[in-house]
Design a protein around this ligand. Structure first.
Ligand code: COA
Length: 205
């Protein structure tokens, strides 16, 4: 598989046709990993695509990767979400490229917003760290109820609720455009992943 033949672009309205396939990819990957995931409908994904808030990776006309952004708290925050790479196209560095494009899109469209992501995924922690995101407590993320309602479809939602939205199995990561970029240690994403594993063992009881 050659990564150079894959186009990673800001999604155009015609890419909304891929919405169903994207949902299926996200759902199947979550089942495989046995992790929680905020479920999204094809209509929701299509609205991100037509609204100019998504990035697609295409090999010819085959969709092989996706991510989208959404703003919360009246535009003070932007979340990057829904990152997925087709299993046949993994380990080529595609997620890194999609993350970079998504970051670029978020900074272009919402230059003053803080960017954040919540994740249990080590690859995502690594990629976010490289872009300048730092691990933070949930209290530093948007308090917009609608964002957190998105977690209701996740199998770990009871943990989030039980902890009054202060923490869950995901790690919160934030990029603040006002804070100068400080290069973080290569060890930082691994430390987050270990913390995550410990949280999972104790279920944050
Ligand atoms: C996570 C995912 C997007 C990674 O896609 P990918 O294109 O294979 O990732 P990349 O090739 O760009 O790799 C990025 C980094 O993560 C590492 N990585 C990738 N998959 C990994 C895995 N399963 N376990 C540990 N590290 C992994 C790579 O080694 C690379 O690190 P490096 O640059 O230090 O070598 C892909 O596996 C996927 O779609 N998973 C299911 C959905 C998901 O978990 N999304 C994130 C939800 S928050």
């Amino acid at each position: 598989m050659n990564k150079n033949s894959i186009n990673i672009i800001f999604a155009q309205p015609e890419h909304a046709d891929y919405a169903e396939q994207i949902c299926q990819l996200i759902y199947e990957s979550a089942l495989q990993r046995g992790t929680g995931i905020a479920r999204r409908s094809p209509e929701y994904i299509a609205s991100k695509i037509t609204g100019g808030k998504a990035v697609v990776a295409l090999s010819g006309d085959r969709l092989v990767g996706f991510s989208y952004i959404e703003c919360w708290g009246h535009g003070d925050y932007v979340a990057t979400s829904g990152l997925i790479v087709d299993p046949e196209f993994r380990h080529l560095g595609l997620a890194g490229e999609i993350k970079k494009r998504t970051f670029e899109l978020a900074r272009l469209r919402f230059p003053f917003a803080k960017l954040f992501s919540i994740t249990t995924s080590l690859p995502v922690m690594k990629l976010n760290t490289r872009l300048g995101y730092k691990p933070v407590t949930f209290s530093e993320l948007t308090q917009d109820d609608e964002f957190w309602q998105g977690c209701e479809g996740c199998c770990n939602y009871d943990i989030l609720k039980r902890n009054n939205r202060r923490m869950c199995l995901c790690t919160g990561m934030l990029y603040d455009p006002k804070t100068p970029l400080v290069k973080q240690s290569w060890w930082s994403p691994y430390a987050m992943a270990i913390k995550n594993a410990i949280k999972k063992i104790f279920h944050l009881k």
